[in-house]
Write a protein that binds this ligand. Structure first.
Ligand SMILES: C[S@@+](CC[C@H](N)C(=O)[O-])C[C@H]1O[C@@H](n2cnc3c(N)ncnc32)[C@H](O)[C@@H]1O
Length: 210
């Protein structure tokens, strides 16, 4: 949930709570150079926080919701870095992503999807995997962050309650089981490449080429 903009920057309080832990994971797992493609950038807070701290990598934010692009640009202006690229309109469900037709300054070394696949229909997870399968270079990684169920069970009562509230908002949404996500990844030629336990019963999950 983000609050209304004042100076153009929308504020999602959850980002303030998870950005440091997520930065620590990214600093550890990202290839040293290249362009990181962030799908579902939302407000742009993550992009503005990560980019100067992960230089010299470029960061390509994106979101299909054009209403977020002003906020992403406003946060980017505060980040004072030339590595943060203008936001793209990218819906992971589309068969060709804009980055496939407009070359980034350096090849895509990673795709980052924070809090996407449980707040979107299952097709978004499948589309994300398909895009990662098309785009990632040999040493590239796909990094997902959010709540996951493990072996058909929620990892905490709060995740079960969150899952129920998501499904009430939209029957196609919901906390995903990591085994099902892993099967969708395999269908796109990707295999598990790491898993980090994150604060507040979330996981950071990595996939790479098989
Ligand atoms: C809960 S927000 C997460 C934003 C940000 N990543 C974060 O962690 O705060 C979910 C975002 O997913 C985006 N989204 C929904 N469906 C999508 C799709 N099919 N492809 C790409 N992004 C999508 C929404 O526009 C929204 O900005």
């Amino acid at each position: 949930m983000s609050h209304p903009p004042r100076d153009g920057r929308r504020h999602a309080p959850a980002v303030e709570r998870n950005k440091e832990a997520m930065l620590a994971v990214l600093a550890q797992v990202l290839p040293a150079t290249g362009t990181v493609l962030e799908v579902a950038s939302g407000t742009g807070q993550h992009a503005a926080f990560f980019t100067p701290r992960l230089a010299p990598r470029y960061w390509q934010p994106s979101d299909p919701d054009l209403g977020q692009h002003g906020s992403i640009a406003a946060w980017a202006a505060e980040a004072h870095t030339d590595r943060l690229l203008p936001a793209m309109a990218l819906d992971v469900c589309t068969p060709v992503w804009p980055v496939e037709t407009t070359m980034p300054p350096e090849p895509i070394c990673a795709i980052v999807a924070l809090n996407l696949i449980h707040i979107a229909p299952w097709a978004a997870c499948q589309g994300l995997m398909a895009g990662a399968g098309r785009l990632l270079r040999g040493d590239g990684v796909l990094c997902l962050y959010g709540p996951f169920a493990l072996d058909g069970a929620h990892t905490a009562p709060s995740n079960a309650a969150f899952d129920a509230s998501l499904r009430q908002r939209d029957a196609a949404w919901g906390v995903r089981d990591l085994a099902e996500v892993t099967r969708a990844a395999a269908a796109a030629g990707l295999a598990p490449a790491g898993r980090f336990t994150m604060p507040a019963n979330n996981l950071a999950v990595l996939f790479a080429r098989q």
